[in-house]
Design a protein around this ligand. Sequence first.
Ligand SMILES: Cc1cc2nc3c(=O)[nH]c(=O)nc-3n(C[C@H](O)[C@H](O)[C@H](O)COP(=O)(O)O)c2cc1C
Ligand SMILES: Nc1ncnc2c1ncn2[C@@H]1O[C@H](COP(=O)(O)OP(=O)(O)O)[C@@H](O)[C@H]1O
Length: 314
Amino acid sequence: MKIFSTLQEVTEIFPTPILTMGNFDGVHFGHQHIFRLVCERAQHLQGTSMVLTFDPHPQKILFPDREFFLINHIEEKIEILRQIGIDVLVCMKFTLAFSQQNPKDFVREVLVNTLHVHEIYVGYDSRFGQHQQGDPEALIRWGQFYGFGVTIIPPISKDGSIVSSTKIRQLIREGNLEEASRLLNRPYAIDGRVISGVRRGSTLLGYPTANIEILHELIPKRGVYICRVLWKTYSYSAVVNIGVNPTFHHQHTSVEAHLLDFQGNLYGERLKVIFLKRIRDEISFPDHNALAAQIAQDVCTAKAYFTHQDSCST
Ligand SMILES: Cc1cc2nc3c(=O)[nH]c(=O)nc-3n(C[C@H](O)[C@H](O)[C@H](O)COP(=O)(O)O)c2cc1C
Ligand SMILES: Nc1ncnc2c1ncn2[C@@H]1O[C@H](COP(=O)(O)OP(=O)(O)O)[C@@H](O)[C@H]1O
């Protein structure tokens, strides 16, 4: 996949570009459907599948005071698009000035004169340009004028409900990771380096926990989760606590993973934590023995979960 981080870098003319544009936060089931159509169409015409996306996310620029947590940081989005098989990714810097551009100028300058689009696929609710005047109907008119095709994609549903980034953000924040995974069409995951905690896990509790540096904006609800943890080429079953360790009156939120059947040193290593299921709330225990007994129970719950999964998949 060729990546352009500004429009100015795009000096090459690609054969028959089939483009989709949008924010695509989460790169969820609905987005994946659009990318599949774009890739198939590009292959059919021996053209170029192309994605135009914006960074930072427009919400961050237009409403800087609103709480808004991205599902994916830009590197993750790029990696997922690469895996899907998109040929060309153009990331446009989103600024206030850009948001005030007349949509017709955007179509002429960006879509026609810079990207030379042959066809565009956009979602039914796509909006762009000043006062959000650029909508699918306007795009169809401009397409007829400039000579590119426009396909409007209707809302995509899964199990009867429309898939949206907003809904997925809400599900993750509520701790409903199973439903979020269904709409994402993959489990939600975060990655980060292992940092030091207060060394209570291995000494006092008997359950060492790799504390993950939190770089992601969207962290699931406080509580205990069954997860898979990827480290290098290895994959471990794990129990993960997200919270403030109320038993020990901590102030800061931590994400900490106890890997089952693992012993060794993970400090400084990069781990990917894949969330599978939330099993309980984080609780304040009367002492560390009561907490350790509960963690032992959590480990049993996780083992039973994975045994059940294995028996279902064989
Ligand atoms: C599976 C699991 C469940 C946990 N549940 C709780 C909990 O309910 N309440 C709590 O105060 N801490 C909980 N913890 C966090 C421990 O308090 C924490 O791992 C311990 O203080 C060690 O921290 P350290 O890594 O900084 O040494 C849990 C940890 C794990 C791995
Ligand atoms: N099964 C395991 N799961 C997680 N970390 C482990 C495990 N075994 C050993 N470790 C190591 O122990 C460290 C965690 O020990 P802990 O006492 O909880 O220290 P800290 O408070 O610094 O997190 C991890 O960062 C990792 O290097």
